[in-house]
Design a protein around this ligand. Structure first.
Ligand code: GUN
Length: 295
């Protein structure tokens, strides 16, 4: 049996329609326009395309957006000064510094300088701590998008065996934590696998839900999953180039083979990616409402 495709493109479209309406109402009723700034340092092509997509989506939803691109040689003090300026700017509700940053810049110092009330990425330790405690905060966008996909896709997580492959601060650690909480798309029994895991397949084979977020193309093969598993593929790996110069992408899951055993699966592209961007917009709208005293 071939799996149901959990389309991030379609789910994101539905959420964006809701958000566009909310943004229009905020403007009409309260004269509030949410504002987002993205800051990109350097010329990494993947980062450039992510940042461009984020600003394009913001504009489509009626969110004010600024895209600041700085050379790779930018020094840390100048970047911190820019972040501080954005912290003070009342037009800006969300600040996103695209990662990774060049090696000579201390990433943590930059992220910790962002006002936690404008940290729409959910990377500041204040928001990470609140997330762990299950308090109101900005949830990190990719895990937040996964929760929405699972909920709206009708995947039952209560008591489910979830295996997260990958332990990054952006995806693996937060999604594992969120799914063990008492919340929608939560109440799961969670295992995290990583590079030092002794027998990864032994874990993935007993999973009801697999979240793959390692950045290794097609790591999860059909023999590593059980019949009926739900699969969320977070990987976006560039495995080649078309003749016209377009990147060929593959996820962390061998999609063609695994979809024959899974009950549902996200594609790459068109799975988690559009959800991540949409959750950034949701967080920016939430931030604007908080700044205006509406929540
Ligand atoms: N680089 C890869 N994913 C992300 C993300 O979600 N936010 C930021 N700021 N940088 C990233």
């Amino acid at each position: 049996m071939s799996a149901k495709i959990l389309s991030g493109t379609e789910t994101a479209k539905a959420i964006r329609q809701e958000l566009a309406q909310e943004v229009a109402e905020l403007k009409a009723k309260h004269n509030v326009v949410p504002g987002l700034v993205t800051i990109l340092v350097g010329e990494d092509p993947a980062s450039q395309s992510y940042v461009t997509a984020k600003n394009k989506t913001a504009k489509e939803l009626g969110i004010y957006s600024e895209q600041i691109s700085l050379p790779a040689t930018t020094n840390e003090a100048d970047l911190l000064a820019l972040v501080n300026k954005c912290n003070q700017d009342p037009k800006i509700n969300g600040i996103l510094v695209q990662l990774p940053l060049p090696k000579h810049i201390n990433e943590a110092r930059v992220l910790y300088t962002i006002d936690p009330n404008k940290d729409v990425d959910g990377f500041h330790p204040v928001n990470v701590g609140k997330m762990m405690l299950g308090e109101q905060c900005f949830l990190p966008c990719t895990p937040h998008g996964i929760l929405e996909l699972l909920t709206r896709g009708g995947v039952n997580t209560k008591g489910a065996e979830v295996v997260v492959v990958g332990r990054s601060n952006i995806v693996g650690k937060p999604i594992a934590n969120l799914m063990l909480q008492k919340r929608p798309a939560g109440d799961a029994t969670v295992t995290i696998c990583h590079t030092r895991t002794k027998d990864m397949a032994a874990h993935t084979r007993r999973a009801d839900i697999i979240i793959a977020a390692v950045g290794v193309p097609k790591l999860i093969t059909a023999d590593m999953v059980k019949e009926g598993v739900a699969v969320i593929d977070v990987g976006v790996n560039r495995i080649g180039m078309t003749e016209s110069g377009k990147a060929i992408l593959a996820g962390d899951v061998d999609f063609e083979a695994v979809k024959e055993k899974a009950s549902c699966i996200t594609p790459v592209p068109g799975g988690v990616g559009p959800m991540t961007i949409t959750m950034l917009m949701k967080n920016t709208v939430q931030s604007a409402k908080m700044a205006a005293g509406l929540i």
